[in-house]
Design a protein around this ligand. Structure first.
Ligand SMILES: Cc1ncc(COP(=O)(O)O)c(C=O)c1O
Length: 392
């Protein structure tokens, strides 16, 4: 077997997801706080559009770049939000989720001598695909006591002549941090000065809480060829299983990406592209998005309001996305041991902090993408667990 695959650790998120599912199959009632999968029903109209596509016999291969109308709709959306105009024919590829988009970029762009800077904690795919492409991941730990805001001076320290790309996940999984404009601007300046690309993964851009201000890197780097903009409909529309992501960048890069994309998946799912393009253009779209975000704010506030009651957990309420990334301390356990313990004893499934970076072994990730009821139950369980050990 190819050495890379042999040595590649399995996804730590999926490991706990699988463990939780096997306990569930044995009849245990598990609180799934591990996976970032919005539990929110899609509107009937979206399903109707899917049926309409089937009835119109739209289920064949299509253009590698994806359905033309969907590309146009997505480019228009980016323009409305950021004033950056992407050409739907030459500057966007609709991929099989942002996951394929990321792998496509890495395989097209990175080579053996290249370095990719990844601020951590980070979604583990970035490191895995950089290494899959043969490049070296250079990680920079973000300060948990400053709400995981990037210090561009720390990034500057690791830039070298080999730096090809910086990954910027904003809002962030797993911390929920939303990076301020000044940081984005400084990172953009570094990219121009040192000639590397910024891969801006903004799949959580709709999930912003309180009055936090999210600014897209497309707004900051609109005129630059150095931006690779990655987004997805998975979380935004609660359609993680429909697998629709998209990558926008300059046409030369986009051409190269498209060559990789055609060998990876040929194209997305035409039926799904039809349905989502119709829905995004419909009058139900805005209402659906605003209701969903209100609901996610409620879930997030369950954790924000009870921040001090949650015993051995310390965290700030996240500004965006749908994760908490608290620090914990319990009986000297590391994050993997703690999550195993909490799953087997308390039936709460979380993800070890070490999955998101070796420096975060005293953290866990809690996803609040499940129902409000799940949040309340999980919180109650955690409180009673920490109270029990305090009294012991
Ligand atoms: C930061 C980040 N980027 C990308 C993705 C992948 O999304 P998709 O479902 O579009 O592949 C995820 C999924 O959890 C994510 O957390």
């Amino acid at each position: 077997m190819y050495n890379f695959a042999r040595n590649l650790p399995a996804s730590g998120i999926r490991k706990f997801y699988d463990l939780a599912n096997s306990l569930q199959k044995q009849g245990h009632d598990i609180l799934h706080m591990e996976i970032g999968r919005p539990v929110w029903k899609i509107p009937q109209q979206m399903k109707d559009f899917l049926n309409e596509a089937m009835n119109n016999d739209i289920y064949h291969y299509m253009d590698n770049r994806g359905d033309r109308l969907l590309r146009e709709v997505l480019c228009n959306n980016i323009y409305t939000k950021t004033k950056k105009k992407y050409n739907p024919d030459t500057e966007i590829i609709v991929t099989t989720g942002a996951s394929e988009g990321l792998a496509m970029c890495a395989l097209a762009l990175l080579g053996h001598d290249d370095e990719v800077i990844i601020p951590e904690p980070a979604w583990p795919h970035y490191k895995a695909v950089a290494e899959l492409a043969g490049a070296k991941a250079i990680t920079v730990d973000l300060p948990s006591d400053q709400d995981f805001i990037i210090d561009p001076a720390e990034i500057r320290k690791v830039i070298s002549s080999k730096t090809k790309m910086l990954v910027l996940n904003n809002p962030n999984n797993p911390t929920g941090a939303v990076q301020p404009k000044k940081v984005l601007q400084e990172l953009a300046n570094l990219a121009e000065k040192h000639g590397f690309y910024i891969l801006a993964d903004e799949v959580y851009d709709h999930f912003i809480y309180d009055n936090n201000c999210f600014i897209s890197m497309a707004e900051i780097m609109g005129s630059s060829d150095r931006l690779i903009y990655l987004n997805s409909l998975s979380k935004t529309y609660s359609i993680t299983g429909w697998r629709v992501g998209y990558v926008c960048c300059n046409p030369i890069l986009s051409d190269a990406f498209n060559k990789i994309h055609q060998y990876l998946t040929v194209c997305g799912v035409s039926t799904v592209h039809y349905a989502v393009s119709k829905f995004i253009q419909s009058d139900k779209n805005a209402d659906f998005l605003s209701k969903m975000i209100q609901e996610f704010s409620r879930r997030r506030n369950v954790w924000a309001e009870n921040i001090h009651s949650c015993g051995n957990f310390s965290y700030s309420p996240p500004s965006g996305a749908f994760y908490l990334f608290p620090r914990f301390s319990y009986a000297g356990l590391n994050s993997e041991q703690f999550c195993e313990y909490m799953l087997s004893e308390e039936h709460i499934c979380m993800v070890p902090g070490a999955v998101f970076g070796a420096g975060f072994d005293d953290h866990v990730r809690i996803s609040f993408s499940g129902t409000i009821d799940t949040q309340l139950k999980a919180q109650k369980k955690l409180m009673s667990f920490f109270n029990k050990i305090k009294g012991a």
